[in-house]
Design a protein around this ligand. Structure first.
Ligand code: RB5
Length: 149
């Protein structure tokens, strides 16, 4: 199950992403927004991030104008690793190496076609273990105030 959220700046991308998920029969929970009317991106970041952190959804996708503000807000929720992605390599590597659990994109930065492509890569790339597990564990330790470099 994928958790989806966007503000008005990312609404165009989210329409295209939902069409892709429908075509692939991939289940999702849509936390809005549902139009191009101006809203506050932290609201949608919080809804999706708490859903993913709580285990209700395995992964999330968030879109705003740049992908940046909505990722900053999502990353304030414990257990969230939200990554802004602007190219195919990033979409792959943030799953493989960073174990990102939320993909963030910007409707004023990339095209709808790119957003669908990056979503496809993100959802179909596995996490690599070994040294990457150790590094992600360090991120978690920083988050928990337990990191000793
Ligand atoms: C909204 O105008 C815009 O600030 C928002 O979508 C996002 O780009 C913030 O990072």
């Amino acid at each position: 199950m994928i958790a989806l959220g966007c503000d008005h700046g990312g609404y165009n991308l989210m329409v295209a992403i939902k069409k892709y998920l429908d075509e692939k029969n991939i289940a999702y929970k849509d936390f809005g927004t549902d139009s191009e009317a101006s809203v506050d991106y932290p609201v949608y970041a919080y809804k999706v991030a708490t859903e993913v952190a709580g285990g209700g959804c395995e992964l999330g996708i968030l879109c705003c104008g740049t992908g940046i503000g909505i990722s900053m807000a999502a990353n304030k929720v414990k257990g969230i690793r939200a990554a802004v992605v602007n190219n195919e390599f990033g979409a792959e590597m943030t799953r493989r190496h960073n174990h990102a659990n939320i993909l963030c994109m910007g409707g004023r930065v990339i095209t709808e076609e790119q957003a669908v492509k990056f979503t496809d890569i993100f959802l179909n790339t596995p996490e690599e273990g070994g040294r990457h597990d150790n590094r992600v564990a360090m991120i978690t330790a920083i988050e928990n105030g337990e990191f000793e470099p």
